[in-house]
Design a binder for this molecule. Structure first.
Ligand code: ZN
Length: 69
């Protein structure tokens, strides 16, 4: 599989979904391609961590994040 260029949903910048990452996704059984560039993904991960620190109010939402990641 060749590298893929994807437009980030959050910041609209292009990023590369590399062959290695595609293999990783397949290995994990993810059906979807990533929608966000690595830095936005990182930012969201950190948000999630902060969120969890404050309580479990939106556990369902967090699960959805994981699926869409
Ligand atoms: Zn982005």
């Amino acid at each position: 599989m060749p590298d893929k260029t994807i437009i980030c949903k959050d910041c609209n910048s292009e990023f590369i979904f590399t062959e290695g990452e595609q293999a990783f996704y397949q290995e994990k059984g993810f059906q979807n391609e990533p929608q966000r560039c690595p830095s936005c993904r990182q930012a969201r991960k950190q948000q999630r961590r902060n969120f969890n620190g404050r309580g479990n109010r939106s556990f369902g939402d967090n699960r959805e994040f994981n699926n869409k990641w």
